[in-house]
Design a protein around this ligand. Structure first.
Ligand SMILES: [Zn+2]
Length: 706
């Protein structure tokens, strides 16, 4: 079944490519599959099958907004990309095929509104054969099975010793306890030019598999192995009357602030609300406008102060003095900046766009700054305006002050005498489900401490820190202006990049701004381009958002375990999270003992996640960041682990869902319909509660030293 689907997919690809090239291809007789299209300026999150590896490399080099690790299968690369219809059309022309619109821009707002409405309603009511002798040896790196939703799945990773032969094909044959057999192909996975292993996405099998064998086209055969049950760990049963389900709608940063305050009041004996030391910029931007016509000749004029600091609504214009031999000059009066253009002896205007921008930028302590619009350099400056400067921000319920990021500290003994656990979420603004996870977790601990003896004992033994939203400014922008916003709201761009047409591309990737294994140290997976989705900032820890996480961890040295909660894709990861490209040299690997702790704890936590609705995080997506996702230079977990000695994990909540109809795994996106986000919050909150138990058990063997 798998093989047939694969060939169907290939045939579809050739049809679409053939159609794009406007001449009939070999598969022209087959029915065309419905094409996925976006309006040219529409932005969406799309799962795209790329033409080839080179296309992926071009996307990465160009700073494309990759939402997930690209998956390789039989030489085909699939990636989740945030892109416009125009960019998708370009990719399609170059041979790519859109296979799933994971999320459209409107979906965020719609799912927010639906979640709130529903909450209110509740309140009211193919193989080459080879005869040659075997020239490679095969070894299973992973062989696991599990059951979810009545379906049994199997996943395997196999390494060949023929690491340099890109054409080796590996097939895994399986047999179940009741004698059924089948097989599926594995795909070569390379990262940064280095062979890693062969693997496949989880495969449905009719019942429990008991034996696997791998064979290669070079004649290699593995020893038969018995796959293990994954994760083979079950949390203690929740007692009767265990309280959960505290989240009934998506929560904006304003909602989160209110929730934190409410928890602080309601559970005074168990909670401190901590104001983190570094205020963010706030939900604010400078006010800007085009003076002139960007399609012809224009200068971008921008306030130096933020729009809410009296600069929204200020007007700017150029005027023809109407007399000969006048100099270029400007005056600012009654909130109108008037630029009188220079004239020659015949009274003809002689000022250029560059002259006007230079004039606006000239005064010391200037109120305004200006850049010549890209493409308008050296052109005659038109008589234009008045135009109104505006910060472009749409949110009306958001205070426009610097924002104080807050943490909850939960436990009976909040004095550093108990082992500390830190859970933090929404470093990336658009990951709306993630604060739901940490807040559900916090409230489960607090509510059950009153009614459940086991929870009460846990809070006697562990000191829990929770930062529900690390990046509230970006989150406010994601909720009110541009749902795919990933970064914070600071604009470090200079020159033409400050053109308002780039307004959705500014900001620093908070999870690339830390100090260990950073871009500035030469590691892969962050960008120096201020418009890139992975922009690392102007320096390590240049951003208050990242400084807050580290300052909290440093101020509380009893914190020994941490979880950085992201979405989406269903990953469970730990250091190393970055490598240098040349030779793929990762940050140091944890010791054997530490690796055992990371993996053993991961299995317990994966088991607890699965206890809620059967979601099983794949073994192939459980492991070091650099191995199972991608290199993420300057991420927070690496800094917590390497600098502060904290066991630091990362969740990517929102696992792919098995689609019984198509026989494929579907991505869920950053802002799924609320029912899905709600389910993610429930299951990953269960995972965080298990992390607290892991901390308790760790402390039993490693008492906190004061
Ligand atoms: Zn993220």
């Amino acid at each position: 079944m798998f093989v047939r689907r694969r060939w169907t997919a290939l045939a579809t690809t050739s049809i679409l490519i053939a159609a794009a090239l406007a001449h009939p291809g070999p598969g022209a007789a087959a029915p065309p599959s419905p094409a996925i299209t976006l309006a040219p300026t529409e932005t969406a999150l799309v799962r795209v099958r790329l033409a080839d590896r080179a296309q992926l490399d071009r996307l990465v080099a160009g700073g494309a907004d990759l939402a997930n690790r690209p998956r390789s299968r039989d030489g085909e690369w699939t990636a989740d990309l945030v892109l416009t219809g125009r960019q998708l059309a370009d990719l399609t022309r170059q041979g790519a095929t859109a296979v799933q619109v994971v999320q459209r821009a409107d979906d965020g707002a719609r799912h927010l509104a639906e979640s709130r409405r529903a909450a209110q309603e509740r309140t009211r009511a193919g193989l080459r054969t080879s005869g040659a002798a075997a020239v490679d040896t095969l070894q299973f790196l992973q062989a696991y099975w599990w059951t979810t939703g009545g379906r049994t799945f199997l996943q395997a990773q196999v390494a060949t010793t023929a690491t340099d032969d890109p054409d080796v094909e590996i097939t895994v044959s399986w047999r179940t306890a009741d004698g059924a057999t089948g097989s599926f192909p594995l795909y070569r996975f390379e990262d940064s030019g280095e062979y890693q292993y062969h693997y496949a996405l989880p495969q449905p099998v009719p019942s429990r598999p008991v034996q696997l064998t791998a064979t290669s086209t070079l004649g290699g055969t593995s020893r038969p192995v018995t796959p293990s049950l994954w994760p083979n760990a079950t949390p203690p049963p929740q007692p009767a009357g265990y309280q959960k389900d505290f989240i009934d709608a998506y929560l904006t940063p304003v909602d989160i602030k209110a929730r934190i305050a409410r928890l602080g009041r309601q559970y005074r004996d168990l909670v401190d609300v901590i104001d983190l030391p570094n205020k963010t910029q706030g939900y604010r931007r400078t006010a800007a406008a085009y003076l002139g016509d960007p399609a012809a000749a224009a200068v971008v004029v921008e306030s130096v102060r933020f729009g809410d600091q009296g600069m929204n609504g200020v007007q700017v214009r150029t005027v023809d003095p109407g007399r000969p031999n006048r100099p270029l000059n400007m005056r600012y009066r009654d909130r109108v900046l008037t630029i009188s253009l220079a004239t020659d002896g015949a009274g003809k205007v002689t000022s250029t766009t560059d002259d006007v921008a230079a004039l606006i930028n000239a005064p010391r302590g200037a109120r305004f700054r200006a850049t010549v619009e890209d493409g308008s350099a050296g052109l005659p400056m038109p008589v234009a305006g008045p135009v109104r400067l505006d910060d472009g921000l749409q949110g009306t319920e958001v205070p426009s002050r610097p924002w104080t990021v807050q943490a909850l500290r939960i436990g009976k003994h909040r004095d550093g005498s108990r082992i500390g656990v830190l859970a933090y979420s929404q470093e990336h603004a658009r990951e709306w489900a993630t604060p739901l996870v940490t807040l559900e977790f916090a409230e489960r601990l607090l509510a059950n401490a009153r009614t459940d003896a086991a929870t009460r004992r846990l809070l006697e033994q562990v000191d829990v820190f929770v930062i529900p939203t690390v990046n509230p400014d970006g989150a406010n922008y994601s909720f009110h202006d541009y749902n795919f916003q990933r970064k914070n709201l600071v604009n470090h761009c200079t020159g033409a990049s400050r053109d308002p047409k780039n307004r959705t591309m500014w900001g620093v990737d908070v999870n690339r701004n830390y100090t260990v294994g950073s871009l500035f140290d030469g590691y892969v997976g962050a960008s120096a381009n201020c418009l890139s989705g992975n922009y690392a900032g102007t320096a390590e820890l240049s951003e208050p958002e990242s400084r807050n996480v580290i300052d909290l961890a440093k101020a509380h040295p009893n914190i020994k375990l941490a979880m950085n909660v992201h979405s989406y894709g269903g990953y469970f990861m730990w250091p190393p999270g970055a490598y240098k490209a040349d030779g793929r040299v990762t940050l140091p690997r944890p010791s054997i003992d530490e690796s055992t702790l990371f993996l053993g704890s991961a299995r317990r936590i994966v088991g607890a996640i699965a206890a809620e609705r059967g979601t099983v995080t794949w073994p192939s997506q459980t492991g070091p960041v650099a191995d199972v996702l991608y290199s993420a230079a300057g991420n927070s977990a690496d800094q917590l682990y390497y600098e502060l000695g904290i066991f630091a994990w990362d969740f990517e909540v929102g696992n792919d869902r098995w689609n019984e109809t198509t026989g494929q795994w579907d991505g869920v996106g950053f802002q799924p319909p609320f029912d899905e986000a709600h389910a993610e919050a429930q299951e990953y909150a269960g995972g965080l509660v298990e992390l607290v138990r892991v901390a308790r058990d760790y402390a039993a063997d490693n008492p906190v030293r004061r």
